[in-house]
Design a protein around this ligand. Structure first.
Ligand code: PMM
Length: 276
């Protein structure tokens, strides 16, 4: 995992939701064989890490029990780990993170940044693996009500800083921490744009930064036509644009559904940078 955090930046993280209800790919990869095949395809396309999640975090989503989450992710993690695929487990539950790491996941991606489960910091410290701490305020049912900020950039930085302090106090080493502004989580479109525009402020906290903008609804709203928001599967070009802007701003990585287009775009940015 050293190379993921240190050398091979920017990292493209491929999304693998083994859920029936995620907003973009819900229901498409619920069978183990389909999920494994899709992950291997994303690896071939250049994903450095595959992020596997068994609980939808879309606004308004119902929670599922930990055993359902485990039953969804573990068989897929075991098969992919056996193939040598680097995996992160996208969960807010410490028990799920612990068994996922035992099954072969090498990164914990916690959209609550350790807030949802007080045991997560200990599990991350014990595992000694990279821990992605995302900015979050509440589970899906309540997050819309909490999208209230006076200065979103300042408040997200302060709240992420508090999560970092809690992680360090629990024994997580600083060089295992990755931060994420949590686009779409307790944020309006305006909040997402402000955060995307001021990634430098998140980077100034001193940790690698992951950005998850892929196909999110603020892109659908930006591209809306007379029939309403642009459908999820037609937000790819906009996603690629956000990827280029994020890596140019210094992001460590991007979390995306369509790996190939985003890897291609990063190559274009890298080639241009290398010819300066
Ligand atoms: N977004 C989603 C889920 N997990 N993890 C991180 N670190 N950052 C994100 O922005 C993020 C995430 C929701 O999107 P999905 O339903 O497409 O997975």
């Amino acid at each position: 995992m050293e190379e993921l955090l240190a050398v091979s930046r920017p990292v493209v993280v491929g999304v693998l939701n083994v859920t029936p209800d995620s907003f973009s790919d819900g229901g498409r990869y619920t069978g183990v064989d389909q999920a494994v095949a899709h992950a291997l395809e994303m690896r071939r396309d250049g994903a450095a890490l595959i992020d596997i999640g068994g609980e939808s975090t879309r606004p308004g989503a119902e929670r599922v029990d930990a055993d359902v989450e485990c039953a969804r992710v573990l068989p897929v993690i075991r098969e992919l780990a056996a193939e040598g695929v680097p995996l992160s487990i996208d969960t807010t539950r410490a028990t799920v993170a612990a068994v996922a790491v035992e099954a072969g996941a090498v990164v914990i991606n916690d959209v609550s940044g350790g807030l949802a489960d007080p045991d997560m910091a200990r599990v991350a410290a014990d595992a000694g693996c990279p821990w992605i701490l995302m900015h979050w305020r509440a589970h899906s049912k309540r997050m819309r009500d909490l999208a209230v900020y006076t200065d979103v950039v300042k408040e997200v930085c302060a709240e992420l800083g508090a999560r970092v302090d809690a992680a360090l106090a629990a024994g997580v080493s600083a060089d295992r921490i990755v931060l994420d502004p949590g686009l779409g989580f307790a944020k309006t479109a305006e909040h997402n744009w402000r955060l995307a525009a001021r990634l430098d402020q998140i980077l100034a906290l001193g940790f690698p930064v992951l950005v998850g903008s892929s196909r999110k609804s603020y892109l659908g709203a930006l591209l809306a036509g007379p029939d309403g928001p642009r459908p999820v599967e037609e937000r790819e070009a906009a996603t690629v644009a956000t990827t280029v802007l994020a890596v140019a701003a210094g992001a460590w990585g991007v979390r995306v559904h369509e790996v190939r287009a985003n890897v291609d775009a990063i190559k274009v940015w890298q080639a241009t940078r290398d010819h300066r």
